[in-house]
Design a binder for this molecule. Structure first.
Ligand SMILES: [Ca+2]
Ligand SMILES: [Ca+2]
Ligand SMILES: [Ca+2]
Length: 567
């Protein structure tokens, strides 16, 4: 009984600490799979969760599709007119590639508009833009595209032209107050923000806001660092990456954040590399910074790199406890965190919440009650409900796993439908790489029954054991630690090998690692990040597959989320 009381106290402390740590979560940078074609001053647009890299010097006609969910690139149909310094915007699932320059030195400035349909992988020519321009930017409000600024015939311009894809027509709008080239525009709350850019003599700190409804411009707070940064939006804030402070200047690694609601700029931690001429796009709350150059003039070689910037904000899910259903258990956890800043329970407004768990969150979760809801935060889910065979299907993603050693499928013998019974000798499951613990908060959960001291439930081949039992007591532990010297395993005092079903979990919120057994936080400490991993996972054996580390018992319903779950 004594230990049980201790655990309850640990649980309460954990809840309070996690709550207050919520808003201070660290942003992270992760390098992803390179774009096939290195390029500079391309365009990137998002349709249906995929990023389309179009044009740019080095690529010119090339179109390549990036899927952040699978970290893979696919080559698509070439753009008819090769160009750099173009603008591109997506409306109703189609991308409009606008203007640009045929090549760098001696090239021609273009008025060309070509429409790309990702569903059919085809291109269609559209009505020319009235004023040929390169180094312009384009943004969409209410289904219309606004092509802003740039350079025409070697002169920086303040031109604004509105394109209506529905009628294939152009309309001239009120000039932007400040003429500029390689300006970057973004939309927040129906207004367009034209950020920075270059003139022939200087880099500009200028920010001007355009209201398409009234066709008027308003000056806003200057950037703290002037120049041609590239932007993207997360949670109604504009992030401005790198660029150069003057024409022909060297790349910088500055990262700035602009909040239109308060008209304020904040300097964030620098990017991992200096960069200019890249483009940035947001998918599922993460920004992908693609291509560009890290070298001074003449800027070659161009980059094929993809950097993922995670602001640290998490997309919340109404399935707070990560069991696949939205029911009273989730509401109960929400109520436990009432009026706290607990991101896991802060589901309204989507996707990031508003820093407080209140009646709006309760109303929203009640709308989801007992409904089938697709959870965007689940990375892998092996239900282990198969009756036979050597594949454990991933119902959430693309991580179907191989079942080795002939373990016993028990279609009716699990905690949630079927389960897998492993013999503790040579049975295990192996998966492809699923999630890098260094790239941000995540949760790993499983139901287990049986096992013995020293055995492993989930491990990284050649890495460390993610969820295992200590060799003496059979208590839940994890070896996943920060990369620093002297990092130690996190041990609980809760035996999970007593022959009963237990739901075990490791939850990493970016600051704290927490072990859970049956909804109770049984151990927790602070870590300075977690070690990088690019490997797959073993389920049912240790990192080195040593005898004694194979699990002898039942494993069921293994889930991995890219967020904090409160199980
Ligand atoms: Ca739930
Ligand atoms: Ca809220
Ligand atoms: Ca199952």
């Amino acid at each position: 009984m004594k230990t049980k009381i201790t655990f309850v106290v640990v649980g309460l402390v954990a809840a309070i600490v996690l709550g207050s740590a919520g808003s201070a979560r660290a942003a992270t940078w992760t390098q992803k799979t390179n774009m096939p074609t290195a390029r500079w001053n391309l365009s990137t647009s998002v349709v249906d969760g995929k990023i389309y890299a179009i044009g740019g010097l080095g690529g010119l006609k090339k179109v390549e599709e990036y899927n952040p969910a699978t970290d893979t690139w696919t080559e698509k149909a070439d753009m008819p007119t090769g160009r750099m310094w173009l603008a591109a915007s997506a409306v109703d699932g189609k991308i409009y590639a606008i203007g640009g320059r045929t090549t760098w030195h001696g090239g021609a400035t273009l008025a060309t508009v070509e429409e790309y349909n990702p569903a059919t992988d085809t291109w269609t020519q559209k009505a020319d833009m009235p004023a040929p321009r390169d180094g312009l930017s384009a943004s969409v409000v209410n289904g219309k595209i606004y092509a802003i600024g740039g350079s025409g015939g070697g002169v920086d311009v303040s031109t604004v032209e509105e394109y209506d894809p529905a009628t294939d027509t152009w309309t001239t709008k009120a000039d932007m107050p400040t003429a500029r080239w390689v300006v970057s525009t973004r939309v927040v709350n129906g207004k367009i923000y034209a950020v920075g850019g270059l003139t022939t003599s200087a880099g500009l700190p200028t920010v001007e806001e355009y209201d398409p409804v009234t066709d008027t411009w308003t000056k806003k707070a200057d950037m703290p660092v002037p120049g041609a940064s590239r932007t993207s939006v997360v949670d109604k804030k504009i992030y401005a990456f790198g660029g150069t402070p003057r024409r022909g200047g060297a790349p910088v690694s500055t990262l700035l954040q602009y909040e239109p609601a308060t008209d304020t700029w904040t300097a964030k931690d620098d990017m991992p590399v200096r960069m200019l001429g890249m483009r940035a796009s947001t998918v599922d709350g993460r920004i992908y910074v693609i291509g560009g150059s890290s070298t001074p003039w003449p800027y070659s070689p161009f980059l094929s790199t993809v950097w993922e910037y995670d602001t640290g904000l998490r997309v919340a899910s109404p399935d707070i406890n990560g069991d696949g259903v939205i029911d009273g258990a989730d509401i109960s956890i929400m109520v436990d965190h009432w009026h706290m800043d607990e991101p896991s329970c802060d589901i309204f407004p989507a996707p990031f919440g508003d820093g407080i768990v209140d009646v709006q969150d309760l109303v929203l979760i009640s709308e989801y009650l007992l409904k089938e809801v697709e959870d965007p935060t689940i990375v892998a889910h092996w239900a282990l409900d198969e009756a036979e065979g050597d594949i454990a299907f991933d119902s959430a993603g693309i991580n179907d796993a191989f079942v080795i050693g002939d373990p016993l499928w028990l279609p009716d013998g699990g905690l949630v439908d079927g389960a897998l019974q492993l013999d503790g000798v040579d049975d295990y499951i192996i998966t492809a790489p699923v999630l890098n613990p260094a790239s941000g908060p995540f949760s790993v959960l499983a139901w287990i029954k049986g096992g013995a001291a020293g055995q492993t439930v989930i491990s990284e081949p050649g890495g460390v054991n993610w969820l295992s039992t200590d060799p003496l007591e059979g208590s839940l532990m994890t070896e996943l630690t920060s990369p620093g010297r002297g990092a130690t395993s996190l041990m609980s005092q809760t035996n999970i090998t007593d022959g009963n079903w237990h739901r075990i979990g490791l939850v990493w919120d970016g600051s704290y690692r927490t072990l859970y057994v049956d909804s109770i936080a049984v151990a927790q400490d602070i870590q300075d990040g977690l070690t990088d991993s690019a490997n797959g996972l073993y389920i049912g054996t240790g990192k080195a597959m040593e005898p004694g580390t194979y699990f002898s018992g039942f494993i069921d319903d293994v889930r991995i989320y890219n967020r904090v779950v409160i199980p």
